[in-house]
Ligand binder design. Structure first.
Ligand code: GTP
Ligand code: SPV
Ligand code: MN
Length: 649
């Protein structure tokens, strides 16, 4: 079948886009209508595709049998077309209270990442996950063999796009012209994914142009798995939850995702590329791909520093990245809220870029009180998913009670009438806003700097209701790497875990490691050789509770007091005291100027021998059962020393 057939077949083109296609074709002086593998190309121009991109698309056309191909250009016209289409299909409804905002309601069976169905494919299992102790189930990722991966793809993808459009989404993780950025091509049958990728990444024509120079890209294939024949439960949100699978093959820089349209499962630039495949590229190339926010903070003297922080999903990254400091004279600016790509420059300075272009943030809990900056960001050009809606054309979620216009009624995330006495939440606990980062009023002036921003401190943290102080400083890099490895946190709604169990979540990366966690630790330890100016490492916990189950610390803007202490520690100020677990603020070490809250600081900073012995035991057991022989000796030594210090208390 020839690539290009006669122009009079234009009737296949979307009517709204016909004029533009005609223009495009004239511009490129083709004058003919295009096909790939016999399938009409209804948008974009195949002459813009590099040979490698073209053959990747052709291969997947042969597998998925789409009806049409749409090469995304990232323009407003294209986006308007997708918005119209999604409204017709019932996937989104407008939110007329705001400018260009939309609400998607997913199938209730498709509301979060599915960690149990996410796999890394390598020849050897041990490349992907450490070998757990006999009889123990591994929890540091799922491995699949190349043969099984092929089978899984064949079973699910053969003909899966029949009667549907395959969108070709060219995207860049990181500013297009940064040497730290990487390119991907996502093939998807979901207009929701295209519209979201346009917000979350740099997407469109400019990326195709860049690909003419480099020809290197991560291959991403996605289908919602609309069953070709048979029953579709919710036509406005096709998905195939029973057969959902998310596959990564680091050797080929390849991602294949089937059955889910939601967030980290389907916006493949995010967790799949920027973290799982990203971490394997980073290992090869000598840098770090991490689940971290990046913020800039300026103290009253005008000194500015950048901090990166790893907290597990739904544990406060977006909130910290956009914080409004309660401490007078401080200013926080946001570089990124979820992912950091970091490498040492030639002077040994660690530099970070945010590979993303938008925020896919947790909605519930976001309010003018907790995160006013997010509230100023999200009410234009935003795609909301699974939040509740109001009769005046707006959104609602738990935490927005004080911001409701009087007299409005509420429809919950499933489309049912809702009121304060309803027994279920109005918004799904993992409901999200997807909004352009550039709209954030405190976006850092350097957020797109091609060389990245210099990182002075790295924070680890999680939801620890008991025993873990508000902040402590690691003794050195090795100890800090052990602290990251030993991270634990209460489960949240961001994935399919039930209840509030305390889970191990090393480096906040447990769901996102692209390779064996033991090797990952080795990689972190090896950074000691790359620089004499390593960032200092800290651990924070905003979530300690008292005996009545109330948070001991007010959090949010008050966390600036902790950042201030961290900055002073970077300046080697004498405001800390040693404990067995690391350095904590000395008495009066935390600046409480203007502090209105009544907080039991003794309880907040308490380091108890009993608790920490149990903690060390839990970590020892975890490393022994889950990491085994892959645990670097340095980490084992650090843990032994920690135990000794605690026993000597
Ligand atoms: P992901 O996008 O899933 O990676 O989550 P995240 O780490 O960005 O978490 P986010 O900032 O969205 O916060 C999740 C939840 O934690 C929200 O409900 C917040 O209101 C709550 N939260 C954030 N910071 C604090 C804090 O300092 N104290 C308390 N108590 N809650 C907080
Ligand atoms: C997370 O779960 O850490 C998220 C949301 O940032 S998702 O994109 O769905 O992974
Ligand atoms: Mn996240």
């Amino acid at each position: 079948m020839p690539d290009i057939i006669e122009f009079n077949k234009i009737s296949n083109v979307y009517s709204t886009d016909a004029v533009r296609v005609v223009k495009t074709i004239r511009n490129h002086n083709v004058g003919l209508f295009q096909q790939l593998r016999g399938v009409s190309v209804v948008n974009g121009n195949i002459t813009d595709l590099s040979p490698k991109v073209k053959s990747y698309i052709e291969e997947k056309i042969d597998l998925c049998h789409p009806e049409k191909i749409h090469i995304c250009d990232g323009t407003d016209t294209e986006n308007n077309h997708l918005i119209q289409l999604m409204q017709q299909q019932g996937t989104i409804v407008p939110l007329p209270k705001y400018k260009n905002c939309w609400l998607a309601r997913t199938n209730p069976a498709d509301t979060a990442r599915v960690e149990s169905k996410t796999f890394i494919c390598t020849e050897d299992r041990s490349e992907t996950i450490p070998t757990p102790l006999d009889g123990v189930k591994g929890t540091l990722g799922n491995w699949i063999s190349p043969i099984k991966m092929q089978e899984a793809i064949k079973d699910r993808f053969s003909g899966c796009m029949r009667n549907r459009t395959m969108y070709v989404v060219p995207f860049s993780m990181g500013p297009i012209h940064s040497p730290l950025s990487k390119i991907g091509i996502e093939l998807t049958d979901s207009p929701y994914v295209v519209a979201s990728m346009r917000i979350m990444t740099r997407m469109g024509q400019a990326v195709l142009q860049k690909l003419q120079e480099t020809d290197e890209f991560v291959k991403c294939l996605h289908s919602v798995g609309n069953p070709v024949s048979g029953f579709v439960e919710m036509p406005s949100w096709p998905c195939d939850p029973d057969r959902t699978i998310i596959l990564h093959k680091p050797d080929n820089n390849e991602i294949v995702s089937y059955g889910s349209g939601y967030g980290g499962n389907s916006l493949l630039g995010k967790k799949c590329f920027a973290l799982r495949i990203g971490s394997t590229i980073a290992k090869r190339e000598g840098w770090l791909a991490e689940h971290m926010l990046i913020l800039g903070i300026t103290n009253p003297k005008g000194e500015k520093r950048y901090i990166a922080a790893a907290f597990p999903s739904a544990c406060g990254k977006t909130n910290l990245a956009m914080m409004t400091p309660s401490l007078p004279g401080f200013k926080v600016e946001c570089v990124g809220d979820d992912i950091a790509w970091m490498r040492f420059d030639k002077n040994g300075q660690l530099r970070a870029i945010n590979p993303e272009n938008g925020f896919f943030g947790v909605a519930p809990g976001t309010s003018s009180k907790s995160n006013p900056i997010a509230m100023q960001t999200i009410f234009k050009n935003t795609l909301f998913t699974n939040v509740a809606s109001t009769s005046d054309g707006g959104v609602f979620w738990e935490g927005m009670e004080d911001e409701l216009a009087p007299g409005v009624s509420i429809t919950d995330w499933r489309g049912q009438k809702w009121n304060k006495d309803s027994k279920t939440p109005a918004a799904h606990p993992n409901s999200r806003f997807c909004t352009p980062a550039s709209q954030c009023p405190i976006i850092d002036p350097q957020w797109e700097a091609p060389e990245g921003v210099p990182i002075s401190a790295i924070l680890f943290g999680g939801r620890r209701p008991k025993g873990v102080p508000l902040v402590y400083e690691a003794r050195n890099w090795r100890h800090g790497v052990m602290v990251g490895a030993a991270m634990r946190s209460e489960a949240t709604a961001a994935a399919e875990h039930q209840g509030k169990v305390i889970m191990h979540d090393p480096f906040a990366m447990r769901p996102f490691f692209g390779y064996n966690f033991g090797h990952y630790l080795q990689h972190w330890l090896s950074m000691e050789k790359r620089s004499e100016n390593l960032p200092k490492i800290f651990h924070v916990n905003w979530f300690r509770k008292n005996a009545q189950g109330k948070f001991l610390w007010p959090g949010f803007g008050e966390n600036s007091r902790v950042l201030d202490w961290i900055l002073r520690r970077l300046d080697n100020e004498n405001c800390a005291q040693e404990t067995p677990i690391g350095y904590v603020p000395s008495k009066n070490g935390i600046n409480l100027e203007g502090f209105q809250e009544n907080v039991d600081l003794t309880e907040l900073f308490d380091v108890s021998k009993e608790f920490w012995l149990e903690e060390v035991e839990a970590i020892e057991k975890y490393f022994k059962q889950q990491v085994g022989k892959d645990l670097p000796v340095e980490i084992d030594e650090q843990l032994k020393e920690l135990r000794k210090r605690i026993e000597a208390m």
